[in-house]
Structure formats: C-alpha cells, structure tokens
Design a protein around this ligand. Structure first.
Ligand code: GLU
Length: 474
C-alpha cells in the first residue's frame, strides 16, 4: 500500500484569491482527488503588516465558490511561530545552523564589495565557524543555515525536470530573524514537513526557493516532498498577466457572470491537457489529472475562450439548475440586487419558462440578466434607442393591428396561438412576419433583440403582453 498523498495550497492573505492562485489550488485539489489523498490549506500569514482577515475570508470564499475543498481547518502559519523557532534552534544544536552577529554596516559592506567585484550579493559566512564566545555584547543574533559550499543542489521537479543549482550561489541564508520570527523559507519547510505534505504543486516563481528549501530539508534529515513547479499564466498576447489580461481575483469572475464549473474547466486547461479534450466533467478531470502531464511552457489566458466555454456550460445545463445558479449569483452581479428584490415566485416561474430562449443568447450570467431584463421591467417600459426606432409611426400602426389580432384570439394564450394570430394578421396585411415581430419585440421588451417574440408573449402572459403593447400605441 502506498502512503496517502497530501497536497497543500498555501496562499498569502494579502489580497483576493487571484486567478493564478485559483489554478494552483485546483491542481493541488485535483491531484489529491485523483490519488485518493487530501489537500490541506495553509494561510501564510507571517507578514503581519500585509496579511488581513478580509483577504483570508476572500480566499476561503473563492475556494469554496470554485468547489475546491480542503481537509480540516485552515492552518495559520503565524500560529506556528514557536515551532519554527524550535526547529531553528535545533538546527544550531545539530551544528547545521549558527548564530550570526554581523551588523547592518558589515552586511552593507559585504554587498558593496560583491557589487564592486561583479558578484551577486551574498553573505560571506563570517560567523559560520566562529566561536560564539566572540559574540558582541547586546547584539541579538539571527540564525543562518550552513548551506553546502561545494557541489550542487538538485531540485528533482516533476514538471521542470532536474534543476541544478550550484551551491556556490547559495549563501548561508537567514532562517530565524533576530526577533525570533522565521523567514518565509524556513516556515514553509517546517510546515510542509509537519503537515505531512508529500507533493508541493505551486507556481514556478518558487523554483529557486525550492533549492534553498532543499538545504533546510537536508539539514534536518527530512525527506524532500515531490515538487511540481507549474509555469505561470500569461496574457493572450504572451505578456505577463496584467489586470487587463485577467489577473483578477476569482470574485471578479463571479461578478462577470462565469459559472464556477466553467471557470474550473477553463483553468484546468491552462498548463495541463488530456489529449484534445476541451470540455470535461469534474469526474473526468479527477480521473485524468496527473502532475506528469503538466506542460512546461507558460499558459495563455484568453477571455474569449473562457466566455465561449461558459456559454457552452450554460446551454447544456438543465434550466432549473441554471436558474438556481443564476439566483445565487445575483447578489454579486451588477444590478443583481434590483432583480433579486423583484424576484417573486411568479417571476421565477416566468424566468424558468423563458430559460431555453435566454440561455441560447447568453454566454455569461450577466448577459442572462440582461436578456431577462424584460421580465422585470415595469410598465410603461423604457425603450432603448434601437427599440424606439422600431416604434416609429409605421411601427406603431403595425403594432395597433397586431394588438387587435392578439386580443381577438380565442385560443388559450401560448407561443403557438400567438404566433398563429400574428401570422394571420401579417398575411392579411401583406407584411413579412419580421415587420410585425420587430415592433412587437420592441414594445414587449424595450429592446431590438430578445428571445423569440412568441416565447416572450407566452412567458409574459396575456394581460401583461397586451398591456405593454397598448402602452406603445398612440
Ligand atoms: N505563500 C506563497 C504564495 O502565495 C506560496 C508558498 C508555497 O506554495 O510554497 O506565493
């Protein structure tokens, strides 16, 4: 039996869960699910100045919205400071780390010298073998790790392959500051070890950290977890991801009306693929996802593709299910609160009835809200510019005739019966169907585009339809 796979997502709570972080979390979650393991969540909140509770809440909310569940309670890195200190001191006892009393002025001098000699600024190891009895009085020391000086440190990465770091480039970096707080490098290693993390899947901006972290693992005699550093996400033009390209928090995607399932499907394909499969169910994703199939090249974020995929998800979703998804998203959509206020049971029923026509024309929930706007409009309806143009004198006179025809229909009110009445009227007047349908649409919805006009008539019902049409006749 193999040991359980443990992955982790380790965001710094200094802002929202951004789209790159969401993809990292998704990969960790999928790999855990794929292997029957678990994903843990660690909040890297040691930077007290920049970490906020609001950001932590936003990250948890974003993960939950995407359906990425972590096991157990989120772990606060800051809450583990004592353990970080203990391990730092243990490394000193083991002779793998040492107290360094170098002053700021000394460090500055070292940097200057390195610069002058064209070397990267590195600590020169002056306290590495010095007797602690030489420590200057009243100086609080930092703890530095004794990094190997010869040979190389190899990060055996599942995505990048073996990445070699010459040890001469790794200096004796600080693991505990003089106030006893851990550096990021140290805290991550201690936490990953204590949490039993077997696989570290994270952005490749952490690859050089992996070399330094390996030094700490080795010093403690701990096994280095499997590493998988995934390429960053770039914009559609290949440039570094900026706000314009989509470097936004996941909450922004919710507000833009994307479905979590569609966003998940879009994100999984950024840097990972399974043949040519573009659209995949969650079960397929879990079954197929493997770290070894992560691509080495940077992925490109393309809003148009995301939008097309979202539209596809909406169309194939069951109407009632889509309605539920729409309703729970309303508080986050622009103008959604207004819709929510007017969302009576009758309106819900109308929305459900209109859904087949609405979802054909919407790629996002924002577009769905826009398309459904006519249901929530109050008489007399405001007309947009195009609708107003359709209701010129001629349009209004056609409308008057259509009103009479519809009012006279003896059949029960439905898409079919209203269509029959309007067709008969058009034929009688020698008009094309569109010449009648367009002014009707304008009067009924205030717009020049909408779901099929007979569906609109059916959904609105007889009284509301005739009322709206009457409002626009002289
Ligand atoms: N807290 C780091 C970040 O948000 C991640 C550290 C890690 O995954 O090791 O970039």
């Amino acid at each position: 039996m193999t040991d359980t796979i443990v992955t982790r997502f380790a965001p710094s709570p200094t802002g929202y869960l951004h789209i790159g972080g969401a993809r990292t979390a998704l990969f960790n979650w999928l790999y855990a699910r794929h292997t029957g393991g678990k994903m843990l969540l660690r909040i890297e909140d040691t930077d007290r100045e920049r970490s906020t509770d609001a950001a932590t809440a936003a990250i948890l909310d974003g993960l939950t919205w995407l359906g990425l569940h972590w096991e157990g309670e989120p772990i606060s890195q800051f809450g583990r400071a004592e353990r970080h200190r203990d391990v730092g001191e243990e490394l000193v006892r083991l002779g793998k780390a040492y107290y360094c009393y170098a002053s700021q002025a000394e460090l500055e001098e070292m940097r200057e010298k390195a610069r002058a000699e064209g070397r990267p600024p590195r600590y020169d190891g002056r306290w590495r073998d010095r007797d602690p009895s030489e420590a200057p009085a009243g100086v609080k020391p930092v703890i530095r790790i004794k990094a190997p000086r010869e040979g190389e440190t190899i990060v055996r990465d599942r995505v990048q392959g073996d990445v070699r770091f010459p040890n001469k480039d790794l200096d004796d970096f600080i693991i505990l500051r003089s106030d006893g707080t851990p550096t990021y490098m140290h805290a991550v290693v201690v936490d990953d070890h204590d949490m039993g993390v077997t696989h570290i899947i994270r952005g490749d901006d952490h690859l050089t950290n992996a070399a330094r972290q390996t030094v700490i693992y080795d010093a403690m005699g701990w096994e280095v977890p499997v590493m998988a550093h995934i390429p960053l996400i770039h914009g559609a033009d290949g440039a570094k991801l900026s706000k314009r390209h989509g470097a936004l928090g996941v909450e922004a995607y919710r507000a833009m009306g994307y479905l979590p399932a569609a966003l998940r499907n879009y994100l999984v394909r950024l840097g990972w693929s399974h043949g040519d499969d573009e659209v995949m169910s969650l079960d397929d994703m879990i079954r197929w996802f493997d770290v070894d199939d992560i691509n080495k090249g940077a992925a490109r974020f393309d809003f148009q593709k995301l939008e097309a995929l979202n539209g596809l998800y909406m169309r194939k979703m069951d109407d009632a299910e889509l309605l539920d998804a729409f309703i729970v998203t309303l508080p986050y959509l622009p103008g959604g609160d207004e819709i929510l206020k007017r969302l009576t049971d009758d309106r819900k029923a109308q929305l459900l009835a209109a859904m087949p026509g609405l979802k054909e024309r919407a790629k996002t929930l924002v577009e769905l809200a826009d398309g459904a706007g006519f249901l929530f409009a109050e008489r007399p309806l405001p007309m947009d510019e195009k609708a107003a143009a359709l209701l010129d004198a001629n349009g209004r006179s056609v409308l008057a005739g259509a009103h009479a025809a519809l009012e006279g229909t003896q059949e029960p009110w439905s898409a079919a019966s209203t269509e029959a009445a309007v067709r008969a009227f058009a034929t009688e007047k020698g008009l094309k169907l569109g010449a009648v349908a367009q002014p009707l649409r304008a009067a009924l919805t205030g717009k020049a585009t909408s779901p099929g006009v007979f569906d609109v008539l059916a959904v609105l019902g007889r009284d509301e339809s005739l009322g709206r049409i009457r409002d626009k006749i002289d």
